[in-house]
Design a protein around this ligand. Structure first.
Ligand SMILES: [Zn+2]
Length: 479
């Protein structure tokens, strides 16, 4: 008797506990994480870096934070939330930031009040050309994945991940092809802080934008001991494809307000006793109190260093050189999200924010990309010797963007940008060397020779210059 009952009990137990995990959404396993407070967190997939959707029951209805981004998936996630919580009175949706993998399912919550930072609505708008690009890119990606999978053994270690990548790619392609109406943007917005009174639960939101998008917010729910930080940071990656959590750096080309960022983060750190769980916006990243604090102190240290540098009339390239991760922040050098290039980028953005100046390299790049005339280029270049300039200039940054044009097979644009660098840094052998390379790519051999010669004259050790000259002259002889 005993021997028959036990397997039966085990089977029933398995069916009960396993039921939440046995479900799939769009062919991907559905995960439901239950917090002691009664809030839940849902995501799909074991390998892909999908968005984690959080649902919080309150006496004024269910609050949801973020969407997966594909309406057909979010409809199923909404049903799963209703099933798990045993109610379906959805009232509020919060977007932690503007990205499509957080806002793309907003239509599924069109009956709710949607809340977000004031920059979310305008930054959600997409250029119609993006859709065509997405469809092309996804179509190529799908056929690459299909080929890759076809060549794999069924039990290859990479197989499960590639299968999920393929399912996700097909979902996103179908979503782009469906050409649905744009998702509804948040209608309740704020700039700095906002509080939502949901009866027995108070939700506080804080601007922490500029590190991932201009519209990032943190969502503090003291009653549940939760702090949601969107895609801004993580100090542990659970998979080797961190996705949106891959870098902790101030993005270029977006609005920054570091003083407000530091003020709000310090406020959140001061209240760290009010939350025990920090939740990044994707399931495959984790964040500890110590990890968050280390990142805030790092930004503050860079900000203070920039302030001192600017007060002393210093240059941004010295700020970068004196604040390398390896020397100044060795404890972060190996931490998720950090690399020397992201660190240099963050220093640059902090410099721009603090001095009110803009990167001359980026301004010139944008002008040339958009086909500006000589007078417009000249107006920026002349700022280098202006008394109170609008732009700051870094020779290496201009050089780097010149090579970006070259890599994008835009040699004419590269030559224009690198020509400006030669004019601004006439004593630098490297500016002539780079211009020589760009001119050669445009077919201007004489111009290339003249610049390589000048480079070698300034630096006789420039062997790449002498080699280039030998090659050009050699091929001329051969012709
Ligand atoms: Zn994002």
């Amino acid at each position: 008797m005993k021997s028959r009952v036990l397997p039966l009990v085990l089977l029933i137990l398995f069916l009960c506990t396993g039921s939440a995990f046995a479900k799939t959404v769009a062919g991907l396993p559905l995960h439901v994480e239950k917090f002691e407070s009664g809030a839940i967190r849902l995501w799909i997939g074991d390998h892909i870096s999908s968005t984690a959707v959080v649902a919080v029951p309150t006496s004024r209805g269910i609050l949801v934070i973020d969407t997966f981004g594909v309406p057909e998936v979010d409809r199923e996630l909404r049903s799963a939330i209703a099933r798990e919580l045993g109610r379906d009175d959805f009232t509020f949706l919060i977007n932690t930031h503007e990205h499509g993998d957080h806002t793309g399912g907003n239509a599924v919550y069109a009956d709710c009040t949607i809340v977000g930072h004031e920059l979310v609505p305008e930054n959600m708008q997409r250029d119609p050309a993006d859709r065509e690009r997405t469809i092309r890119w996804r179509t190529t990606r799908i056929s690459e994945l299909e080929t890759e999978i076809a060549a794999m053994a069924a039990d290859a270690p990479e197989r499960a991940r590639r299968d999920e990548d393929l399912i996700l790619a097909r979902l996103l392609l179908a979503n782009a092809q469906a050409d649905n109406a744009p998702p509804p943007p948040p209608t309740r917005v704020f700039a700095d802080r906002m509080e939502l009174d949901l009866g027995d639960v108070t939700v506080e939101m804080f601007y922490i934008g500029g590190m991932h998008t201009a519209s990032d917010i943190a969502v503090l729910i003291p009653k549940h001991g939760l702090l949601l930080t969107g895609d801004t940071m993580a100090d542990v990656w659970l998979t080797d494809t961190p996705g949106c959590l891959a870098s902790f750096s101030a993005r270029s080309g977006i609005a920054h307000d570091f003083p407000r960022w530091m003020k709000n983060w310090n406020h959140l750190l001061d209240r760290k006793d009010e939350y025990h769980t920090l939740l990044p916006g994707h399931w495959n990243g984790e964040l500890s109190h110590a990890g968050a604090e280390a990142r805030v102190r790092y930004v503050e240290a860079l900000w203070n260093a920039a302030e001192q540098k600017a007060a002393a009339g210093g240059r941004v390239e010295d700020l970068q050189a004196e604040n390398r991760l390896a020397d100044r922040f060795p404890h972060l050098a190996e931490s998720p999200g950090f690399a020397e290039w992201t660190n240099a980028g963050t220093a640059l953005e902090i410099w721009c924010c603090m001095t009110g100046m803009e990167s001359g390299a980026q301004a010139l790049y944008a002008l040339i990309e958009n086909g500006a005339d000589e007078a417009e280029i000249r107006a920026v270049v002349d700022q280098k010797s202006a008394a109170s300039p609008k732009y700051f200039f870094v020779e290496a940054a201009i050089n780097q963007l010149g090579y970006r044009f070259l890599n994008q097979e835009q040699p004419e644009q590269a030559a224009r940008l690198l020509q400006a660098n030669v004019e601004m840094y006439p004593e630098s052998w490297n500016t002539y060397d780079s211009l020589g390379e760009a001119l050669l790519a445009t077919g201007d051999r004489e111009g290339a020779i003249a610049n390589y010669e000048k480079s070698v004259e300034l630096n006789p050790d420039n062997t790449s210059g002498t080699d280039a000259l030998a090659r050009i002259r050699g091929s001329e002889l051969a012709n």
